[in-house]
Write a protein that binds this ligand. Structure first.
Ligand SMILES: C[C@H]1O[C@H](OP(=O)(O)OP(=O)(O)OC[C@H]2O[C@@H](n3cnc4c(=O)[nH]c(N)nc43)[C@H](O)[C@@H]2O)[C@@H](O)[C@@H](O)C1=O
Length: 413
């Protein structure tokens, strides 16, 4: 499929991934319509302005909770392809605002599918932004399985093999937040509407994706913004939550290319992971961001004492879970379960070539339940031609550069 002249509707076009997708589609020659919520002040979404496509996207006012507005958007856009990205996407907010999350993510998805079923005559391809969060409680070792059973009482369904990594599309879905549950519902709805009504729905389960302009409440943006503040002398420490979590981080541009690929070559009714087939700890992301900002990290140690690691960012290429990927010495120690930082460690002192930096644990940033580790098996989408082009250091550099501008350095959570 060529994108030249194709009519595309993006829900969530003003969001982080939506704005990158709009840019890529416009560059490819598509006619892009974007659903945006009414803005009383008449301003354009900052993401669209930052991507340079504020004038290029045909904005349609609408709200996922209002099916009439969705029907009108479909009438107006007459789309060949719909990318359904709009969502309440911040996991902690879903714990404090579960109903809002369900309304937007679950009912909103149902509204969109109903609007397409009732109004559309062209049967567009619909690519749905599912999420790696749907996999949730992934079991990585016997020890972690035992701990999960102690903490949650049950792991359902029980793991067929341990480790359950890397995560294939056939892995069990064990959502660990209202956000994740809302995405599981959307995922199943998409496939139901394919099976029952023949809608051409394709589910993407993207793992974490980052880059310049990532929402400030997400961890990579929190880290990059705070590191830049340190560099500019505007802060004296970094505040963070759980540094033991492992995530499969890709650059948003790679994921957006994957969304387009799915629309072009994906099979309706199917599910595709999108990710980097790497996994790194939040701690590594902090240390890498410090290095990309100009510090050389020599050693780390718990603030409360102990858990000392020399040369923590030393590259480690040894395989983990049968996959060979870039990681650090500190990742390796954490994956081997030799190292884990607890809230009572209070934080970490990072010794660098230019002095010590404090990374302080902030209790408010820990979650009621946590997804411990994510590592994508992306062989299915690779068969369509999917490739990752950016490294973790590329991602950190891109995010740091965004915070060189003072007006972007608003690190509140
Ligand atoms: C694919 C998936 O990706 C995203 O979900 P997420 O993985 O929850 O992303 P995050 O960047 O908020 O957290 C990553 C990890 O980092 C830990 N963490 C430590 N300290 C802080 C901290 O200070 N802030 C945050 N936000 N997290 C922290 C936190 O506990 C978690 O383990 C969304 O786009 C979601 O919509 C989505 O679909």
């Amino acid at each position: 499929m060529t994108w030249q002249g194709k009519r595309v509707l993006i829900t969530g076009v003003g969001g982080f991934a939506g704005s990158y997708l709009a840019k890529a589609l416009i560059d490819a020659g598509a006619e892009v319509y974007g659903l945006v919520k009414r803005r009383a002040d008449g301003t354009l979404p900052k993401n669209l302005v930052d991507r340079g496509v504020a004038g290029g996207v045909k904005l349609i006012e609408g709200d996922l909770r209002d099916i009439t507005s969705l029907a009108m958007a479909i009438d107006k856009a007459q789309p060949d392809v719909i990318f359904h990205l709009a969502a309440q996407s911040f996991v902690p907010r879903s714990f404090t605002h579960p109903l809002e999350t369900l309304e937007i993510n679950t009912m909103g998805t149902a509204n969109l599918l109903e609007a397409v079923r009732m109004r559309d005559k062209t049967n567009p391809v619909i690519v749905f932004a599912g999420s790696s969060e749907e996999y949730g409680l992934v079991i990585s070792s016997e020890r972690q399985y035992k701990r999960a059973l102690e903490k949650y009482g049950a792991v359902h369904p029980p793991p067929a093999k341990i480790p359950e990594l890397p995560i294939a599309e056939t892995n069990p879905l064990r959502p660990m937040s209202p956000y994740a549950a809302s995405k599981v519902h959307g995922d199943y709805l998409m496939r139901t509407y394919h099976a029952v009504y023949g809608l051409r729905t394709i589910v993407s389960r993207a793992f974490n994706h980052e880059g310049a302009g990532r929402g400030i409440m997400f961890v990579t943006a929190q880290v990059a913004c705070q590191v830049m503040k340190l560099k500019m002398g505007e802060a004296d420490r970094i505040k963070i939550g759980n540094v033991n979590a492992f995530r499969d981080w890709s650059h948003v541009e790679d994921i957006v290319a994957g969304y387009m690929l799915l629309a072009e070559r994906g099979t309706p009714g199917e599910v595709y992971n999108q990710g980097s087939m790497r996994t790194n700890s939040v701690l590594t992301y902090i240390l890498i961001a410090l290095e990309e900002a100009g510090w050389k990290v020599r050693r780390i140690e718990a603030l409360a004492g102990g858990k000392r690691v020399d040369d923590p960012t030393q590259p480690d290429e040894s395989p983990a879970f049968g996959v060979r990927f870039w990681k650090t010495k500190v990742d390796r120690l954490m994956l081997d379960e030799q190292l884990e930082y607890e809230p009572q460690d209070k934080g970490i002192v990072v010794e660098t070539d230019k002095g010590r930096i404090t990374v302080e644990f902030d209790q408010a940033r820990f979650r009621p339940a946590e997804v411990p580790i994510l590592l994508a098996d992306t062989r299915k989408i690779q068969e369509l031609g999917f490739r990752i082009t950016k490294t973790l250091r590329d991602i950190a550099r891109d995010q740091l550069n965004y915070y060189l501008k003072q007006e972007n350095r608003i690190c509140y959570v």
